[in-house]
Each structure stands twice: as C-alpha cells, then as structure tokens.
Design a protein around this ligand. Structure first.
Ligand code: NAP
Length: 546
C-alpha cells in the first residue's frame, strides 16, 4: 500500500496516513533505519525531520571549528562496501560541512529523501492500546498511524542553555553552539565571551580567538584535551582505508569503543617510568582519541589514571606561557577520560594570544548577565557576543522533548521521572513496538557513534523482520528485564572510574534538576553486541511478544 492510497482525511485539519513504521530524525541513525526497513523488509516507512536536510547533529552544530573527533575512515557507515569505496574523505577528522556532504551523498545514493518529510516537527506520539498502533502527530496537521515507532533523535540534540539571570537584558547577540546560524557569525572586531570548555568550547575557542578583538573564556570545570593533529589525508592512507576496509570494520566491530584501533593491553602502573613516558609522549604526538588507548588500566585504576592525568597537566603548563592562566587550565577536578575527552587544534596554545583571557568561575561564579555583558562575583566583563558552549540535555532530553505516551496514556516523562528505565537501551516497558536507537542504557556516546548506530539499527531490523515473518503484532520489554538492565548499566559504570566525574553529562549532572543516573552502557560495544545477539537468539528473552 502506498502512502497516497493510505491517506484519508479524518477531519478538515488532520490528514491521517497509515504506514508500517514512523522514524523521527534523518541523521546517521534515521537514514540507515529507513534504508533497512524500506529496502530489506519492504515496509512502508515515513521519516519525520524538523530540519530541511539530512544531517542530524551535523545539521545543527555548525559552530566555528566544529569537526568530528572520530577519524574520518571510522566515522562513516560500513554496511555497504561500495559506499566505503566510493566516498573519499579529505582530512584525518571531517568537519561539519564535509559530514553533511557525506550524508547528503548517502541520501542521494540510496534515494532516501522520498521517504522523508523535512521541515516537519513531531508534536506528539501516542500508543493506542486497543489498536496496537502508534499515532504520530506533526505540526503540518498530519497524523501517521504506524505499527512501529522508532526514535532516531540523537544523543546530543537538545541544547542546554543555562538559566543565567538577565540573559534577556543582554544588548548584544548570543548563540548556542548546537543551534548555530547557517550564515555564520562575524566576530571581527568584537568582544566575545564563551561559556563552556567541553569538546565544543575547546574546538570553538581557537577559531573564535583568531577572529575576535578579544575572547574571554568563562571556565567552570577545567578539562583535559589531547591534540588532534588534524591534517589532509595522504593518497597512501586513502588507498589503505579502502583496501583494508574489512580489517578496519573487523577492528571497529569487535572492540570496546567502536574506533579503528584497539586498546593496548598493558598497564600504566606496571610499565617502568621511562618506558611509559615514552609511550605517552608518542601517543601525544600521534594525537586523537587513541591517546587514551595507549594503556588498558587508565579508566579502571585511579593510580594509573593519576599518572596519565599528571602527564597531560604538565603538557598544559609547558604549552601555556602565562603561569596564572596555566594554573586555571590545569586545575582539573576529575580523572582523565571520566568526562568525554576532547581533542583539539591549538586549544592550550590559544591562551598564549594577547587577545584571550580566562575567568575561573569556580572562584568567581557568574552572578548574572547584564545589558553590557557577563557579571561575575568579581567584576563585569563587557561583551558584544556571548557564545554558549554549554552542551546538551543529553540522551534523555531529545526523547523527553517529544510528547510520547505509551500504554494507558503513560507519558514517557512520568515513566522516566527518576531516570531512564529501559532494556538494552532500545525499548521501554509500557511502550510496545517503540524502539529508541542508541537510547540511554546503550553504549552510544561511549562508542564511535556510527558503529553504535549500525549495531542498534541492525538489531531492530532483525527483530522487526522476525515479527513480520512470524505474524507477531507486538513486542514489549518486561519491567523486570528493564530493571535488571538498569542495574547492569550501573554495575558496568561502577567497574570504571567514570562515575567519579561529578559534573558529567553522562550522569545528567549538567542539567539542574535532572535525575543523576549514569546513562550510557560502559561495558563495551563488543560485549553489548554479544548480549543483544544472545537475547535475540534466545527468542528475545526479556521481551514479551504476541
Ligand atoms: P559539555 O561537554 O557538556 O560541556 C559543556 C561546558 O559548558 C562545560 O565546560 C560546562 O561546565 C559548561 N557549562 C554548562 N553550564 C554552565 C553554566 N551554567 N555555567 C558555566 N559553565 C557551564 O558539552 P559540549 O562541549 O557541547 O560537548 C558535549 C558532547 O558532544 C561531547 O562530550 C561529545 O560527546 C560531543 N561532541 C563531539 C564533538 C566531536 O566529535 N567533534 C564535538 C563537540 C561535542 P561543567 O563541566 O562545569 O559542567
């Protein structure tokens, strides 16, 4: 049945459209899920996307310096050898524009756009018990009625703009990095203030500093950062990445973090001091996220972590010439890599510029924003532009922003009032036939995202394929399986140093009032995949199917 055939008008203002599956979001996950359900399972699928193009997180994050921290040959789909061979990345780390070009190429190649409604916002998604159907309403006055409802809304798509008193009185312009204007921002001759020194701020600061008259960085928590060592890819590397695609895929799909390198099985503490310094120095010179894979005990043994943390802090003090600035930057309160470690291009070097200053908000917190700028407990900083690099209401935010309700009209917000409860990150008890790609409780942000996405999408596709061939109507995670999974997610995090970062967005601690629960699954991608495959093999143990 085509969408056109299935369309009928319920009342003058609502168009009711029957499909097999509705997917929200046209980023990496929504696009691949569409392809699998439409082309493999021959289902009638509608993707709803608020933007006017594909791209997901990369559609919105266009701030200066926005670039992926995963290396380009690993930050792509691996489901199609042909696609891997066709597409050519230009740099070690792709920037936001190149990733959008890639996703647009994928959309064209697989003719995905015909199934996507762009510039359309989902206003509510409600499960109807009697019909066993999802009703997904949009701001275009449509109501999609579907057996399957799949969220592909990303983990970091709900901007966190802190409620600092007085923002509305600011006479200059302000921007959040995750909602960056497409036409860009002209910083020339301007006094700019940036709040936030996470991965985003650390990428944006060096680029803004080159343009602005003066840049003031408002830092609450000092952060580690590893040099990215970005560079154009050589012809040899491009050839290698295509010729060895099977080996690269094998590494990515059988390790902890989904990157194209393995964690070296050696201990920081057991390696003699001189040797370990040489290893760390070599890893620092190579740059990138692989730095943290130079040893296997960095995230599980505090004394190992202290050694690596000290190495990085010494680097900061070496690079930053002004000892007062260096002291603020190296005063880090959490173990290395317990918050997502940024990688940078000239981040610490930027503090050697005369037009860059740093304010330590731990000592002098922001009191308010005034018409002229930012006022801390110490002084007022006059500004023309404020940049909020303040991150996201991660993982749960994008889902809770949609008005979703399951069985007995239970709102997801209520079901998750004390924190996310689901099974394998993919299904919430009481929300039958709803699947959350890379939802909380899955490895998602602790993994190279395209690998996490391909695993979840393929698992969901196989699950739906089996339902279709067996004539099953409904799948629902049991409350017990979900409760046990929450315990497992906690146990996996507690086996590492990750929960020691108290201000981490992994814990939800960056959003005032958000329940503090460690959200991503830290047990490793390969192990997670094995668990999911065993569940499927075991007749979807932990789910009830009917
Ligand atoms: P983030 O890691 O949450 O960092 C937000 C920053 O804003 C932190 O320094 C935080 O300080 C600060 N902040 C928040 N609210 C504040 C307030 N009220 N007052 C003062 N400071 C405040 O966000 P992000 O940098 O956007 O990064 C989020 C994630 O996106 C990353 O961890 C990464 O997974 C992903 N990302 C990836 C890439 C990439 O691949 N290239 C690039 C950017 C982002 P506290 O630490 O004290 O809370």
């Amino acid at each position: 049945m085509s969408i056109a055939e299935a369309t009928n008008t319920q009342n003058s203002s609502t168009k009711v459209i029957s499909v097999d599956a509705v997917i929200i979001g046209a980023g990496f996950s929504g696009m691949y899920q569409l392809l699998c359900l439409r082309d493999k399972l021959k289902l009638n699928v509608k993707v709803i996307e608020v933007a006017d193009e594909v791209g997901g997180t990369w559609y919105w994050n266009r701030y200066p310096g926005a670039r992926c921290d995963s290396e380009s040959h690993s930050y792509q789909y691996y489901f199609s050898d042909e696609l891997v061979k066709e597409w050519e990345w230009s740099q070690r780390y792709p920037d936001h524009a190149e990733i959008r070009r890639y996703l647009s190429y994928v959309a064209d190649k697989f003719k995905l756009r015909t199934n996507i409604s762009f510039k359309t916002k989902v206003t509510a998604a409600k499960y109807n018990d009697a019909e066993n159907r999802w009703h997904v309403m949009t701001d275009k006055g449509e109501e999609y009625v579907a057996k399957y409802f799949i969220t592909a809304v990303g983990c970091l798509s709900s901007a966190n703009i802190p409620k600092i008193p007085g923002l509305e009185t600011f006479s200059g312009n302000w921007y959040h990095t995750g909602q960056w204007p497409h036409e860009g921002v002209d910083f020339k001759g301007k006094r700019v203030g940036i709040i936030g020194t996470g991965s985003t701020g650390i990428q944006a600061i060096p680029v803004i500093a080159e343009q602005a008259a003066h840049l003031t960085v408002f830092q609450r928590t000092a952060n580690y950062s590893i040099p990215a060592r970005n560079a154009p890819l050589t012809a040899d590397f491009k050839k290698f990445a295509k010729e060895k695609l099977e080996q690269i895929r094998e590494v990515m799909h059988t390790n902890t973090n989904g990157h194209a390198f393995r964690i070296v099985d050696r201990s920081v503490v057991k390696t003699p001091e001189q040797e370990r310094l040489e290893i760390l120095e070599k890893a620092w010179q190579k740059g990138g996220l692989e730095f943290r894979a130079a040893f296997s005990d960095v995230l599980i043994d505090k004394s190992a972590n202290d050694i690596v943390a000290q190495f990085i802090c010494e680097k900061i003090r070496e690079i930053v010439k002004d000892p007062a600035k260096a002291a603020i930057l190296a005063d880090i309160d959490h173990p290395f890599a317990t918050k997502r470690p940024p990688v940078d291009t000239n981040y610490f070097e930027t503090y050697n510029r005369d037009n860059v200053s740093i304010v330590n908000l731990r000592k002098t917190p922001i009191e308010k924003i005034t018409a002229q700028g930012i006022k801390t407990t110490e002084q007022e900083y006059p500004l023309d532009i404020i940049v909020f690099a303040t991150g996201f209401d991660a993982l749960t935010g994008p889902l809770l922003n949609i008005n979703i309700s399951g069985k007995n009209n239970m709102p997801l917000k209520e079901a998750w009032a004390a924190g996310p409860v689901n099974y394998l990150g993919v299904q919430v008890p009481g929300f039958p036939n709803m699947f959350t790609i890379t939802g909380p409780g899955s490895p998602s942000v602790l993994c190279n995202m395209p690998v996490a996405i391909e695993q979840h999408v393929e698992w969901i596709t196989n699950c739906i394929a089996e339902m279709q061939t067996k004539g099953l109507n409904k799948i629902e995670a049991t409350p017990k399986a979900a409760d046990d999974w929450v315990l497992e997610v906690n146990a996996a995090a507690n086996a590492t140093l990750l929960p020691q970062a108290k201000h981490s967005w992994y814990l939800g601690a960056n959003v005032p009032g958000k329940p503090q629960v460690f959200m991503p699954y830290a047990g490793g991608m390969a192990h997670f995949k094995e668990i999911c495959n065993n569940v499927a093999k075991n007749s979807y143990a932990g789910f009830v199917r009917s």
